[in-house]
Design a protein around this ligand. Structure first.
Ligand code: UDP
Length: 480
């Protein structure tokens, strides 16, 4: 077997989970670890593009193991291998069944190749059993912040939402440092309504086992949320390695531009547009890879952006032709002409990291997905927080209440995919607060300080750099 450490990486089939895991694969491979990324045919395309586009790090030690996803076995259409393609509610439980069936081919692959360790996304609770069967450590990749992992774990254990009289009555999250308040309305629907179905049971199991593993790896850095890293280690009692920001392993324009998906705009055109704007004068608006607003909300965003009178780049998920025909236009009349030169609308996929890093960008309207949030921190831009679902409401609290580098737009309710409706005035006001005046200046200064710390963390002897080194040494000592 030799003495080269071999790790199996198993990313969850959703872009927000695959993107950081692929960056992590590149980092580990550049430190001499043999990496096998286990994935499915459709997901392998974007993963393999990212690896081939890697310019800053050597990827010679990475191989892809492509296993068939059992879509047909559970009645899903061919090619439904990613959460992106789960478009109707009835597809969700089927996707989960397929996901559970995926354990068999994965286990066979482990048996054949005998890696020294499995690093699987948190949403593969069965990876614990596979690792135990072969006597190897299972590391858990939590694709979020330490803050939100701790918050959701304390919420799960103590259920403080069961002791309030209404969905809007604030309560403290027990044992979480910082006296953080929350409301029941900001929790997932299945928790709020105590629903029991395949989806809720799947998510619950993943969370119950989230800390029952050898250790957890997170795309974060110690200085950003030290209190919460310590809380994970000392209160929840788990080994934890913050090794980010992972996006920083992409240094060249091309690899930043093609990270995660093919960009819908030529990156040079996008940079040229940004180059023509003054520093800190552009607001970047993007809601990650899953959100899909209805037409009323899109119109409201368009009007809010126009009223805020700032330059903007707004990323809108592709609208299908039939939808457009059925619902008419999703932009106010004459909008694109009025916004010419002032607003750039990207329909599809934006080169997000490239845009955020440009000095012209001075604010970020984000749904608070963890990757986006951390990318905003790394770029040193204050944020308007517009959480929709998943654990995004916790990340919002970190940004607004703990780090104080953002303003909440005021979303009150957790709603999957389409989000809670927000009016144009709220967007206009929040943008002004992060872009103009004393408050904005203070937030920007704090954000810039954090950005410096982020960059330092991944350089030689920085905290994340050293954590990754320690992790590798520990895994080697277990393996050999
Ligand atoms: N992203 C991007 N271009 C887009 C939309 C998203 O590059 O147009 C990237 C973004 O940089 C981030 C990831 O996709 O790395 C989204 O992850 P996040 O956790 O923010 O949100 P999710 O998509 O999981 O809701």
């Amino acid at each position: 077997m030799g003495t080269q450490l071999h790790m199996f990486l198993l990313p969850f089939m959703a872009r927000g989970h695959m993107i950081p895991m692929v960056d992590l694969a590149k980092l580990l491979s550049s430190r001499g670890i043999k990496i096998t990324i286990v994935t499915t045919p459709l997901n392998s395309i974007s993963i393999s593009n990212s690896i081939q586009n890697s310019k800053s790090l050597s990827t010679s030690q990475i191989q892809l193991l492509i296993l068939k996803f059992p879509s047909a076995e559970v009645g899903l259409p061919d090619g439904c291998e990613n959460l992106d393609s789960v478009i109707t509610p009835d597809m969700f439980p089927k996707f989960i069944s397929a996901f559970n069936l995926f354990q068999n081919p994965f286990e066979e692959a482990v048996m054949k190749q005998r890696p020294h360790c499995i690093l699987a996304d948190m949403y593969f609770p069965w990876a614990n059993d596979v690792a135990a069967k072969f006597g190897i450590p299972r590391l858990n990749f939590h694709a979020t912040s330490f803050f939100s992992s701790c918050a959701s774990e304390f919420m799960r254990i103590h259920e403080p939402y069961n002791h309030v009289l209404s969905d809007t009555e604030p309560f403290l999250i027990p044992r979480l440092p910082g006296d953080i308040t929350f409301t029941k309305m900001k929790l997932p629907q299945f928790v709020r309504e105590n629903l029991k179905n395949e989806v809720s049971e799947f998510i619950k199991r993943a969370h119950e086992l989230g800390f029952a593993c050898y250790g957890i790896i997170m795309n974060s850095f110690y200085e950003l949320e030290a209190e919460y890293v310590d809380c994970c280690r000392n209160v929840l009692g788990i080994k934890a390695w913050p090794i980010g920001p992972l996006s920083l392993c992409n240094k060249e324009t091309e690899e930043k531009a093609q990270r995660g998906n093919e960009s819908s705009i030529d990156e040079h055109e996008c940079l040229k547009w940004l180059d023509s704007k003054k520093p800190n004068s552009v607001v970047y608006v993007c809601f990650g890879s899953m959100a899909k607003f209805n037409f009323d909300q899109l119109k409201e965003i368009a009007s809010g952006l126009e009223a805020a009178r700032k330059n903007f780049i707004w990323v809108v998920r592709k609208v299908k032709k039939e939808e457009e025909e059925e619902n008419h236009d999703w932009l106010p009349e004459g909008y694109e002409q009025r916004m010419e030169g002032k607003g750039l609308i990207i329909k599809g996929w934006a080169p997000q990291v490239l845009i955020l890093d440009h000095p012209a960008v001075g604010g970020f309207v984000t749904h608070c997905g963890w990757n986006s949030t951390l990318e905003g921190v790394t770029a040193g831009v204050p944020m308007v927080t517009w959480p929709m679902a998943a654990e995004q409401f916790y990340n919002e609290k970190l940004v607004t209440d703990v780090l104080k580098i953002g303003v909440a737009i005021g979303v009150q309710k957790w709603v999957r995919v389409v989000g809670d409706f927000i009016e144009r005035e709220a967007l206009e006001n929040a943008i002004r607060r992060v872009m103009e005046g004393e408050e904005a200046k203070e937030m920007r200064n704090r954000a810039k300080e954090l950005a410096k710390m982020a960059k330092k963390a991944v350089t030689e002897n920085g905290s994340s750099y050293s954590n990754l080194h320690d992790l590798i040494q520990e895994l080697k000592s277990l393996a050999f």
